[in-house]
Ligand binder design. Structure first.
Ligand code: HEM
Length: 405
């Protein structure tokens, strides 16, 4: 793809966060938003891209027809991104047009409010069981390892129909995949095992359909006259695992830290549990864990503000920056559990907006209706300043979270 057809870059893609507040996005966004809200920047991947940082512009551009998602996911931020790897069929997040619409139609029925509500009792039991196990163990415990990671992973097992006896192993291996400090050989092995595991699951469901997402997906595609291939089904299953696990897990742990760091907000939440749904929206906005924004190839010229983004160029729409735009969210740098923040951009915007958002909401709402009620004295076991954050992974979060009570 040709680059820099319009104008040369005027700066670097912001990646450095402030030392004072680890919940604030990279400091460079504020200056771009104020001075050059549609800017050309050089990205860590070695390409130049348009960087869009204002709330309205992010929404406008992500809704434009002239964009393609058939790119390495968040590839702009990854110096090792491979722009030549072909996109796997079935990768919904990287598909466009009719191919995307077909996958989205097939999956949408799995994420209806009714289906997600039906998962509530299972999710609540998982939360209660993990809290019981933490309370029964010796303090301190790592809330990331023992709570934030297993819950979303086990919810996905339930969704995909992973047999109970295999869930521990599945959970363990997907935990390795999504951890940051893991030996590369161990990660490669975990990756291979998970792929083999999902492939086996698909083959089993083809032979013996049960009442689960993969079996229903197979039947629904068959009925539509365009059956899904095994490869597409495996990629779809893995996509759900990757899209739904790390994002939700990081949100659980990071929101816990944010609430402990803002005790006035936590007190309000404790005093008024009805605030939990709005607090969850606010934490999604404030923390914006998809920290490097969304990456697209521009396929048709897009007029935006005073600029024209040209076909053949790259685009990054910054969710984290749009979510801190004071024109959309007054006092945007404050966490405010009373704020009506549901128009935030944390789940993206436009055709690819998060398909699992209702599920993520239910998980987060139940976690934050339960955690501080069942463990009212929950607190950090190390000084806040000693926590280590994931500055360089695609999804932001805290690496580990030693807590006591
Ligand atoms: C707090 C948790 C979550 C966050 C912050 C989040 C964020 C996002 C974002 C920003 C996108 C847009 C990607 C793009 O436009 O390129 C997305 C897409 C997607 N998410 Fe989520 N997500 C979360 C949880 C989940 C869960 C629990 C699932 C399902 C198990 C899920 C499944 C998906 C899928 C399938 C897509 C692709 C949709 C498409 O391409 O049409 N996500 N998510």
């Amino acid at each position: 793809m040709t680059e820099a057809l319009s104008k040369p870059s005027t700066g670097s893609f912001p990646t450095e966060r402030s030392k004072e507040c680890p919940f604030d996005p990279a400091v460079g966004y504020l200056e771009f938003r104020e001075k050059e809200p549609i800017a050309r920047v050089s990205c860590p991947a070695g390409i130049d891209a348009w960087l869009v940082t204002g709330y309205d512009d992010v929404r406008t551009v992500l809704n434009s027809p002239g964009l393609s998602s058939a790119v390495p996911v968040m590839g702009h931020a990854n110096p090792q991104a491979d722009f030549d790897t072909p996109i796997n069929p079935g990768s919904i997040i990287q598909s466009d047009g009719e191919a995307h619409a077909r996958l989205r139609r097939l999956l949408t029925a799995e994420f209806t409010v009714k289906r997600i509500q039906a998962l509530r009792p299972y999710i609540q039991k998982l939360i209660d069981d993990h809290i019981d196990a933490m309370l029964a163990s010796t303090e301190p415990v790592d809330l990331v390892r023992d709570f934030a990671l297993p819950i979303p992973s086990l919810v996905i097992c339930e969704l995909l129909g992973v047999p109970y006896e295999q869930r521990d192993r599945f959970q363990q291996q997907s935990g390795i995949l999504t951890s940051v400090d893991v030996d590369p050989d161990v990660a490669i092995q975990a990756n291979a095992e998970i792929q083999g595991f999902v492939a086996q699951l698909v083959v089993d469901k083809m032979r013996n359909p049960t009442d689960d997402l993969i079996s229903r997906l197979i039947a629904r595609a068959q009925d539509s006259g365009q059956p899904l291939s095994v490869e597409e089904l495996v990629v779809l299953g893995l996509s759900l695992l990757v899209a739904g696990h790390e994002t939700t897990a990081n949100m659980i742990a990071l929101s816990t830290v944010a609430l402990l760091r803002n005790p006035d907000q936590l007190d309000e939440l404790r005093a008024n549990p009805d605030l939990v749904p709005s607090a969850v929206e606010e934490m999604l906005r404030y923390l914006s864990v998809v920290q490097f924004g969304l990456f697209r190839a521009i396929t048709e010229d897009i007029p935006l503000g005073d600029e024209t983004l040209r076909a053949g160029e790259w685009l990054v729409a910054s969710l984290a920056s749009g979510n801190r735009d004071t024109s959309a969210f007054p006092n945007a740098d404050q966490l405010d559990v009373h704020r009506k923040a549901s128009t935030h951009l944390a789940f993206g915007y436009g055709a690819h907006q998060c398909l699992g958002q209702q599920l993520a909401r239910v998980e987060l709402q139940q976690v934050f209706s339960t955690l501080f009620t069942r463990i009212p004295t929950l607190r950090l076991d190390i000084p806040f300043e000693d926590l280590r954050f994931k500055d360089n992974t695609l999804v932001y979060g805290v690496r580990s979270l030693p807590v006591t009570w």
